[in-house]
Write a protein that binds this ligand. Structure first.
Ligand code: URA
Length: 246
């Protein structure tokens, strides 16, 4: 399935080195921290939960939205669902620090309500830019919100989980792998078994390597390049490294 987004990616993104992409990710983080696109979320959040992990990860996870613990700590998946995610990663020989974990929304919806369509739309540009900069081979979408968003289709996770497909995001093809949200498996043993089974396929998906990429000439003709966000003023902000986000 080809899913094309208006993605703030410059023509040169795919030619950037890993350190250059990491620097650009840090600029994006600085920008995100000041984001006020969703007035309610900006007024009620404690932190912007940008995402964390390896900025050059082959495997990226996209969850739904930060909860209370994530909002407190500024890091994704640090509560019970996060512990389960770490356990499942450990079972396939991966550590959290090797992958990049983020969410559809970077701010906690008050009372943990569902993300609103406008909030998803507002945050989508950031998510797409993260994908462009990290260049993962596999994106594991955790649950309905990220699966529906990245596939651009309302089909739910129950029908899709465990079925990888190659999709086009911006100018890159990635292997999308829908799986249940770990929070849903916390209290349902059968769902946990399924999640565990689906996790076991991740190493073989990673071993396939990146899918074939679109012809850069064709894709740039099809999609006009949108300028990346302007460079952050606080480029050398030491807190970016001290936080150990990526
Ligand atoms: N659930 C999510 O979807 N994301 C988090 O970061 C934590 C819980």
């Amino acid at each position: 399935m080809a899913r094309n987004y208006d993605c703030p990616v410059s023509e040169a993104t795919s030619e950037l080195s890993a350190p250059e992409r990491r620097e650009a990710l840090k600029e994006l983080l600085t920008q995100a921290r000041g984001c006020t696109r969703c007035s309610e979320l900006a007024a009620t959040r404690k932190t912007v939960v940008f995402g964390a992990g390896n900025a050059d990860a082959d495997l990226m996870f996209v969850g739904e939205a930060p909860g209370a613990s994530e909002d407190e700590q500024g890091l994704p998946f640090v509560g019970r669902a996060g512990k389960l995610l770490e356990t499942l990663l450990g079972e396939i020989g991966l550590e959290r620090s090797e992958v990049f974990i983020t969410n559809v929304l970077m701010c906690r919806p008050p009372g943990n309500r569902d993300p609103l369509p406008l909030e998803i739309e507002n945050c989508q540009e950031y998510l797409m830019r993260k994908v462009e900069l990290i260049q993962p081979i596999v994106i594991g979408t955790l649950g309905n919100f990220s699966t529906k968003l990245l596939r651009g289709d309302p089909t739910g996770i129950t029908r899709l989980h465990g079925q990888p497909e190659v999709i086009t995001l911006g100018r890159r093809n990635v292997r999308l792998y829908p799986i249940y949200h770990p929070a849903a498996a916390l209290y349902t043993p059968r769902m946990l078994d399924t999640l565990r089974e689906d996790f076991r396929r991740i190493p073989e998906l990673l071993a396939l390597g990146p899918p074939g990429q679109p012809d850069p000439l064709e894709s740039s003709a099809a999609e006009p390049a949108i300028e990346p966000p302007p460079p952050a003023e606080t480029d050398d902000d030491p807190s970016l490294d001290q936080l150990g986000l990526f």
